[in-house]
Design a protein around this ligand. Sequence first.
Ligand SMILES: [Zn+2]
Length: 429
Amino acid sequence: MDFEPWWLIFLPLLFGLGWIAARVDIRQMLSETRTLPNSYFKGLNFLLNEEPDRAIDAFVEVAKLDPETTELHFALGSLFRRRGEMERAIRVHQSLLSRADLAQIDRENAQHELAQDFLKAGMLDRAEQAFEQVLDTRFAVPAVRALIRIYESEHDWPRAIEAVKRLRALVDEPVPQLVHYQCERAVAAMTSKPPDIQAAEGALDAADNAAASLRGQARGQASEARIAMLRAHLARINNKQERERSYLVSVLSIAPEYASLVAADILESYRRAGQETEGLQLLRNHYMRYPSLDTFNVVFRELRAQEGYKPAWTFAREALRAHPSLLGLDRLLEAELASGQTGATKEALAAPVGDNVAPGSAIVPATGAADIVAGADLSLLRSLIHKHTQRLDRYACNVCGFEARNFYWQCPGCNSWETYEPRRLEEIK
Ligand SMILES: [Zn+2]
């Protein structure tokens, strides 16, 4: 490119213009800064020094001097909420909403902020109303998500399901707990008096549809197991014994580790059909592949009832040897003490544990260390063990650690779904 003489004029002109523009900017900034009250900078300073209490005081001062500053009110409101000062947060956002001159976009924002204040304050009714008012604004997605949580905590399953549909229309987002909402609807229909069979069937069909999208995931397995259990329950209400049993047994293949939740029911349904021997065999085989404490307990008790204490104790010794468990021993002693044949138990406990002890084999007389057990007071032994096992005989949420004696599909502590394993604390290692 050749040098053009007119550049000599053009370049300085350009620099001159830039200099003037910069000066104008600086002047404007300075004039704006002069109009900002000192408290504003004090507040900023406190915030930077992580002194939110003093920052809030300074900002409140600014807000009093200049009530028009909406941005500052929003900042204050969210600061209050974050610090758990819900009353103050609500007041700030309500005062914003009461302004007649507030721009529509700020009004929607204030409404959404207020809804979050109510939610955090636990005022669910008011939070629900406030979120509903922003459903047609740019806050629709977070509002629907919040509404789902609110309906869920109120156990309002039909509305939770509606809200999930609404969310799906807005964004392509998986909602795995939808299966459980439908299951809860089914439970409500089955436990109403009289049971609403049709509603329960409809809810379970819908649950199946929701579960179809989860197929192939670990989470899907658990959901399907729950649906099968509920279908079994429904079949029982309808007096369809065969169906009940086939649904219960299907759990063993859908989600084998959930056998612990259905083992007793499976045995019971076989017993009603006069086939308890087959039921016992099925559970025993399942236990060999998927050992769990509750299945062990059911198999041991049934073996004892059907074949007597020797085969039962042989099974128990082998099982406890493969999976040492204090809880298992505790349940065993409980069953024995309840049967009132403690003499036989002492003999069984005293027998050495061998690899080749087959069910029904003769029990070898007690020797050595086993003598201590043979002479022991079984109820004392049990009470000692029981003291320790009480802590272990619980289910625990793997999100918040909440422990419970019953199995829950939704944690009562943190409201998460499927966070309980179908295993006791002692078995989770
Ligand atoms: Zn939890």
